[in-house]
Ligand binder design. Sequence first.
Ligand code: BYC
Length: 334
Amino acid sequence: MYAQMVKSTGQAVKTRAEMSAEEGRFQDRIDAGEKIEPKDWMPEGYRRTLIRQIGQHAHSEIVGQLPEANWITRAPTLERKAILLAKVQDEAGHGLYLYCAAETLGVSRDELTEMLLDGRMKYSSIFNYPTLSWADMGAIGWLVDGAAIMNQVPLQRCSYGPYSRAMIRICKEESFHQRQGFDIMMKMAGGTAAQKRMAQDALDRFWYPALMMFGPSDGDSVHSAQSMAWKIKMNSNDELRQKFVDQTVPQAEFLGLEVPDPALCWNASRGAYDFSQPDWDEFFRVIAGDGPCNRERIAARRMAWEDGQWVRDGLMAHADKARAAAAGQEEAVA
Ligand code: BYC
């Protein structure tokens, strides 16, 4: 039933003249900055695009727990372990708010999960890279959560009410995550020579994957034009990538680390850094399922889904019994 919804909506944006009267009124509401709520009329493409984006975002939060969970038992101190555990739990919470937001559009969490497991829905490319050392926990918090915030702060103002409201809480928590990552990097970069090398190695491995999180270059972004017209997306991929680079390079300098890009330099006339693009062939391979950890991540999600089947069955059986008991009581009263 929902196979259609994940099909690309990358068609040309309709002009006013091409819109039906209903579509025109809907676009007026968007242009006026009104929030669209679940029971409001919306074009089918708007609904499908939101399900795709919110669903993929939810999957990213859930799959995103895996690379960090890998380090919970190996965190260097009890304090670091407690902090990392809390962060990973926060990501689970983000996934749940986002699944709830997607459910308001008429898709169930089961359907979304099945689409993730059979490859019809994606999750962020970043989580297909392995976490090889403790410094990677610092790099993920600093760079990955940093990129996530850059992308998600504007989404607090997006046009769909439930998504924008979910973003407000998520962004608050992501800010804490970013700071804890930067704090790990400060400790590592200011530590022994070996610790500093670990921090640099983590930056070397996560820099370009972090830049890929913003999606392909604007010229290759099939959804941007329509999503921006509908305010499902507030900025283009390249705009946010540039903002991220401009914000992060001075932070790397403060840490005494080197961004792994020989072409990186300040462009005074643009008031921004010039930088090298990531390897886009690698990006497209990773999102097509052929990254370093894609198979491992999906296998972990499949195992969790199958292992949890008895819990879902038990809850359904309990709900059926409660419904039958309530119906029996009503009959007795009548
Ligand atoms: N990874 O037309 P485009 C987090 C796909 S943070 C995988 O530009 P769109 C977290 C795209 O889906 C990460 N796929 O697409 C942080 C499309 O394929 P489909 C999650 C990607 O949607 C820390 C195709 O490429 N954040 O969760 O306009 C700890 C063409 O791209 C990626 C969000 O999801 C990618 N990096 O723009 C724990 C934020 N980039 O769908 C967790 C909300 C592109 O046609 N999402 N693709 O098969 C967005 O803002 C937008 O969806 C994107 C992509 C900017 C990501």
